[in-house]
Design a protein around this ligand. Structure first.
Ligand code: AMP
Length: 234
């Protein structure tokens, strides 16, 4: 489902469901946008292959910092220590995301960057075809532990990314009121960090660090491999 207002994207979500759930989920998606919209499109298609079922998501942790600068420094230090990605490169990319990657605007998909050279390999790459095996159960568990519905979607996306060979990811929301972002990798898990951007900024985005030699395989997986996740690692 995607909804827009005056041509500007306001809400979107993708789901993988059983045939008997389709009607119910169409209604859920129709009601999903919280704000106003003047266009909504809901497209349904049959999967071309059986989804891979991952036993567990990345493990989730949350960290709070007094200032954006400190959160970003910690994120950069962790990505350098654990993933070997230059901390200066990470800081530069955070800046780029919060200034608008494309002429001061948000991308609809991620920026793919080589973790060693910093070269931009591709832009606007979207992760699609992922969901929880039992979304209701996982949502209840995450909400009970104090996480938000945003975490439900972003954790599934980050888990699929790692499965597809993304070395690490950084994300800051484009919602001006939502300052929590995250970094994720196989070894780091999914680390929510508050605040990763200044309140009021409508710019954000995602960077996926992908080794240049794996680029095509990773993009192919992100776009065409259906992935379901059975459990959440808390
Ligand atoms: P959100 O987490 O929805 O606030 O999205 C933040 C940014 O991440 C957006 O502005 C897009 O640039 C990017 N993004 C959103 N959805 C996807 C996706 N499915 N795959 C890759 N990037 C995305």
């Amino acid at each position: 489902m995607r909804s827009s207002l005056g041509g500007k994207h306001v809400s979107g979500q993708e789901r993988i469901v059983r045939p008997e759930e389709v009607e119910e989920v169409i209604l859920e998606l129709h009601r999903r946008p919280k704000g106003d919209w003047d266009f909504q499109s809901i497209k349904i298609e049959r999967l071309k292959e059986t989804p891979i079922v991952l036993e567990k998501s990345l493990p989730v942790r949350s960290y709070k910092f007094p200032r954006v600068g400190l959160a970003r420094s910690r994120a950069a230090a962790l990505l350098e220590d654990v993933c070997g990605i230059n901390a200066e490169l990470v800081r530069h990319l955070f800046e780029k995301l919060s200034r608008g990657v494309k002429d001061g605007e948000n991308l609809r998909g991620a920026l793919l960057v080589d973790p060693w050279s910093g070269e931009i390999l591709a832009e606007n790459i979207r992760t699609i075809l992922f969901d929880w095996l039992d979304r209701k159960k996982i949502t209840e568990r995450l909400l009970k532990r104090g996480f938000t519905t945003r975490t439900v979607d972003a954790l599934a996306l980050a888990t699929k990314n790692v499965f597809c060979g993304v070395e690490a990811e950084i994300c800051i929301s484009d919602d001006p009121d939502y300052t929590t972002g995250y970094i994720a990798s196989q070894r780091l898990g999914y680390l929510r960090m508050t605040p990763l951007k200044e309140k009021g900024n409508p710019l954000g985005g995602r960077v996926y660090f992908v080794k240049k030699e794996k680029l095509e395989k990773v993009i192919q997986c992100l776009r065409s491999k259906p992935v379901l996740i059975a459990g959440v690692s808390l």
